[in-house]
Design a protein around this ligand. Structure first.
Ligand SMILES: Cc1ncc(COP(=O)(O)O)c(C=O)c1O
Length: 391
């Protein structure tokens, strides 16, 4: 069977650069900062290539290429590039695509560090960034203008689980000659933004792609031309390279992504349904719950998978949220998500604490919001832990 006929689940296991002469079965880990050349002529030729062959691990490394090929297959992208973290993927995206005088639209419900980077850092270099509250495409259309070069949407968003209409945003971006990038870290494998019209996908590989909370990583996937000509030159000289060790870990994690994301989604749905019945909850958000305001769109975009994140709005405020978090025994209190271990966080005082209070309020990141990342433990045990902590 030819490679281009294989399904993503097969490529997540099989894609890569192939075995070394030792014929190892599991992928080799190339821990080397540089590569040797056959001669001075060979070195000069390799340095002259637009996307360097194996020269130096800041530019490229076979273990990192193996990971990138797997994610390109996952996202149905022509090319994927790996970076040191999810934030360095977003940094590289904007550095590669934008210059002073350009205008960028970003969903205001994006991850806290994304908002700080786009809203706080880039304006210092003359890139005008506008945050768009709400998931209504018409708001994006109104804000887009001639100087707009990039729309960045996170869907589902962290932690308010807002759903962007990816096809509608792609149409708006393209009608202005801009590109749409989607942060796809909440529902990988289920959602494929490029097939819905997006131009670029970014990931924090730290989350579900690794899947066991071990290493940091980031991904940018999309069309070959834009990645090779506009983003890769920044990566090559800017240096936010992924470590080969991290790439090896994430690459092994990807082999089980389809199984994991289905299990996370099923368990999260069971948790969400149980929490909905609890009188101490004001409301419960999970994209697979019919009560989610954009349930139908989410299910279409995510191929029926809800993902592992459940956002709980408790009756009360910070005190009740913190007491609940502190009473949990099985959920780890930590900022990461997408791990086999279930985690819990209080976004208003952690990941989103630097977002202005008025914006937080608009986005639904209130003091009574608790974010759960439902892991791979028994859902029965998790529900027991949650009910026990609620008293
Ligand atoms: C939606 C989203 N994008 C990007 C990031 C940043 O990823 P990293 O921590 O790997 O830099 C995060 C981190 O939590 C996130 O939740």
């Amino acid at each position: 069977m030819k490679n281009d006929k294989r399904k993503p689940a097969t490529e997540l296991v099989r894609a890569g650069v192939g075995a070394t002469p030792f014929r190892e079965h599991s992928e080799a880990l190339f821990l080397t900062s540089s590569f040797t050349f056959a001669s001075a002529e060979d070195a000069a030729e390799k340095f002259a290539q637009p996307m360097a062959d194996y020269v130096y691990s800041r530019f490229s490394n076979p273990t990192v290429t193996t990971l990138a090929r797997k994610v390109a297959a996952l996202e149905e992208a022509e090319l994927a590039l790996a970076t040191a973290s999810g934030m360095s993927a977003i940094l590289s995206l904007v550095m590669g695509l934008c210059k002073a005088g350009d205008h960028v639209l970003c969903g205001a419900s994006a991850f806290g560090a994304t908002l700080q980077l786009l809203g706080g850092v880039f304006p210092k270099f003359g890139v005008d960034v506008e945050l768009i509250p709400g998931a209504e495409p018409e708001e994006w259309r109104r804000a887009a203008r001639a100087e707009t070069v990039l729309l960045l949407a996170e869907s589902p968003s962290n932690p308010a689980l807002e759903i962007a209409d990816i096809a509608a945003l792609a149409e708006i971006a393209h009608s202005r000659g801009a590109l749409l990038a989607v942060d796809n870290c909440f529902c990988p494998f289920g959602q494929k933004p490029l097939t819905l019209g997006a131009d670029i996908v970014v990931h924090s590989a730290t989350k579900y792609l690794d899947g066991q909370g071990r290493v940091l990583g980031g991904i940018i996937a999309g069309g070959e031309e834009v990645l090779r000509d506009r983003i890769y030159p920044f990566l090559r000289c800017g240096g936010p390279a992924m470590s080969p060790f991290n790439a090896w870990v994430v690459g092994k994690g990807l082999e089980t992504l389809p199984l994991r994301i289905r299990a996370h989604s099923d368990a999260a749905m069971q948790v969400a349904e149980a929490m909905q019945k609890c009188e101490k909850m004001e409301s419960v958000l999970h994209t697979a719950l019919p009560s989610h305001p954009r349930h139908a769109l989410a299910m279409r975009q995510q191929n029926g998978l809800g993902g592992g994140i459940v956002s709980l709005y408790l009756r009360g405020g910070r005190k009740e949220a913190w007491e609940f978090i502190n009473a949990l025994r099985l959920f780890s209190v930590t900022a990461n998500f997408g791990d086999a271990k279930s985690t819990v966080s209080h976004p208003a005082t952690t990941t989103h604490s630097k977002v202005e209070e008025s914006l937080r309020a608009k986005l639904g990141i209130s003091e009574n919001l608790v974010r759960l990342s439902v892991g791979l433990e028994s859902p029965e045990d998790l529900i027991g832990d949650l009910c026990g902590a609620l008293g």
